[in-house]
Design a binder for this molecule. Structure first.
Ligand code: SF4
Ligand code: SF4
Length: 111
């Protein structure tokens, strides 16, 4: 039986990667060798964020993302800004609402 993390990761690769702006025409990730994927390197933390919140509004999830991920991310400046986020160059931020929905669905399937 596959674990929750394995199922979430498979969905992220299947759904989000396929639509991601960093995906090349030949199906590779253009970030490879440049920087880590901000989503696939943080699956555990993303699951914990979604597990800890139950809201129809994305704002509390986004707030938790800032606190649990962005605050510890090398790309965030001390003043809380992030150039990648501002340029829509962080796939985790770009697709966050979709990612929350995927994790929510997989958590519901677990219960
Ligand atoms: S940045 Fe992450 S989500 Fe986007 S294609 Fe690369 S591995 Fe997939
Ligand atoms: S939005 Fe910026 S600080 Fe937050 S995870 Fe993405 S790159 Fe890191």
């Amino acid at each position: 039986m596959t674990s929750l993390k394995e199922r979430v990761e498979a969905r992220l690769r299947e759904d989000v990667c396929k639509a991601c702006v960093f995906r090349t025409a030949t199906g590779e990730c253009s970030l490879e060798g440049v920087r880590d994927c901000p989503i696939l390197t943080r699956v555990d933390t993303i699951i914990e964020i979604v597990r800890g919140i139950d809201s129809p509004d994305v704002a509390p999830y986004a707030q938790a993302l800032r606190e649990a991920v962005c605050a510890n991310c090398e790309h965030q400046h001390p003043d809380g800004t992030c150039r990648l986020r501002d340029r829509l160059d962080c796939a985790l931020d770009d697709y966050f609402t979709w990612i929350v929905n995927i994790v929510d669905e997989e958590l519901a399937a677990t219960e």
